[in-house]
Design a protein around this ligand. Structure first.
Ligand code: SAM
Length: 209
């Protein structure tokens, strides 16, 4: 779907209705996050935020207590440039305009969002929080998913939840599957596997030694 020209978020108010060009989000995978509803001081992290559909969902469903935040990492540039594996086919959806669409769509929740614009490889090691939940949904190449997995695990709280999207998407060399399988094996003594479906959900039980 073609995008319209860029939206100047500074001219918009908090009541504007979000517009999504594509929804890559299925709420059925996130029931486990119900336990965070109403709690205070909860921190979520989303790697790959696109137009903010998931971001808004996480905030409105789960980050309902006080002093709760979600950190959003995304370079918001063409998918073929952002990914390590030259995945094509999404550049019409993800480009510089997508950043403005994200800000516009999430404006109503902006007080609960920390935007970190860039690549997860660069940003994850620099984050200074630890998180209750991390959603890995950025670059789907094996190399980056592996880096996202180990960098995320390092900043996940004990009993925190880590969910990988698209476990079997594009199965083969460019799929997240190989990296996730390796993580499940190498970190098996440090995680409890909650579920393995199209998404993989684990809970951290101890720090990686
Ligand atoms: C499938 S979309 C995310 C959908 C979003 N989580 C949702 O549920 O609405 C993937 C996003 O990952 C971003 N991305 C690609 N490479 C990335 C990287 N290296 N680091 C962080 N994000 C990346 C893309 O720009 C794109 O917006």
């Amino acid at each position: 779907m073609a995008l319209t020209s860029s939206i100047d978020a500074s001219n918009l108010n908090n009541t504007i209705t979000p517009i999504y060009n594509k929804i890559w989000f299925n709420p059925k995978y996130f029931k486990i996050l119900d336990k965070f509803k109403g709690l205070n001081n909860v921190n979520f992290l989303e790697i790959g935020s696109f137009e903010g559909y998931g971001t808004n969902y996480f905030i409105e469903q789960f980050l309902t207590g006080s002093n709760c935040l979600i950190t959003c990492i995304d370079p918001w540039i063409k998918y073929s440039v952002a990914t390590a594996s030259n995945i094509n086919g999404y550049d019409n959806l993800i480009n510089e305009d997508t950043y403005n669409i994200f800000k516009n769509n999430t404006m109503k929740n902006q007080d609960k969002i920390l935007i970190r614009k860039g690549f997860s490889d660069d940003i994850l090691p620099k984050l200074d929080k630890i998180y209750d939940f991390i959603y890995v949904d950025g670059d789907h190449s094996e190399k980056t998913v592996w880096n996202d997995a180990i960098n995320s695990f390092a900043i996940l709280k004990i009993n925190g939840i880590l969910i990988f999207d698209d476990y079997t998407w594009n199965e083969g060399a460019k799929s997240p599957k190989n990296a996730i399988d390796r993580f499940l094996l190498e970190y098996k003594d440090y995680i409890k596997v909650v579920s393995i479906n199209y998404q993989v959900c684990v809970m951290k039980i101890k720090d990686y030694a």
